[in-house]
Design a protein around this ligand. Sequence first.
Ligand SMILES: Cc1cc2nc3c(=O)[nH]c(=O)nc-3n(C[C@H](O)[C@H](O)[C@H](O)COP(=O)(O)OP(=O)(O)OC[C@H]3O[C@@H](n4cnc5c(N)ncnc54)[C@H](O)[C@@H]3O)c2cc1C
Length: 166
Amino acid sequence: MTSQRHRLVIVGGSDAGIAAGLRAQQLDPSIEPLVVVADAYPNFSICGLPFYLSETPDWRDLAHRSRSDLEAAGLRFRLDHAASQIDADRHTLTVRDPDSDERVIGYDTLIVGTGAVPARPPIDGLDTPGVHVLHSMDHVFAVHDRITLPSTRTAIIVGVGYIGLE
Ligand SMILES: Cc1cc2nc3c(=O)[nH]c(=O)nc-3n(C[C@H](O)[C@H](O)[C@H](O)COP(=O)(O)OP(=O)(O)OC[C@H]3O[C@@H](n4cnc5c(N)ncnc54)[C@H](O)[C@@H]3O)c2cc1C
């Protein structure tokens, strides 16, 4: 009888998800963790987002490791796939692909490392164009696009914790 390879699926491809995948692979090299990521930026430095707006000219420099480095370390990826449902009885994870089609992935072990979301205080107009939060690569691209418009003259930062200050 051939033994089946353990199917480790990880949701989230930032610090938590990637660290978990690399460690699992280190502990058992037969495991090839599958990392499901809602966006296209696995292992990018979220902490570096403020610096993309000030000092880092190339967004690729925010990557802690390249995708090919991660794949060489044994990780596999489904990028631009958002997890939408876990069926713990069947050991399946449903994900939406970039065309919004649903796909079902089987797992033996599932790790969820989907991080946190920015606090959205009760401020009217928070969801209007030109108002941004800063938590993902897509957010920072949106802010960058806005502040580099020739018509942009001023910016206001609401909140001066360490992220606002940076
Ligand atoms: C602007 C900013 C600056 C920061 N600076 C610092 C700092 O200087 N020092 C410090 O120690 N910490 C800093 N932090 C905090 C640090 O970035 C976080 O603690 C860290 O990113 C948390 O990692 P995580 O993997 O838990 O979650 P996150 O980094 O939030 O990653 C979540 C991951 O889950 C994915 N995901 C979410 N939902 C789904 C879904 N449904 N399906 C599939 N994938 C999904 C996302 O695409 C992403 O890959 C900063 C945070 C921000 C926002």
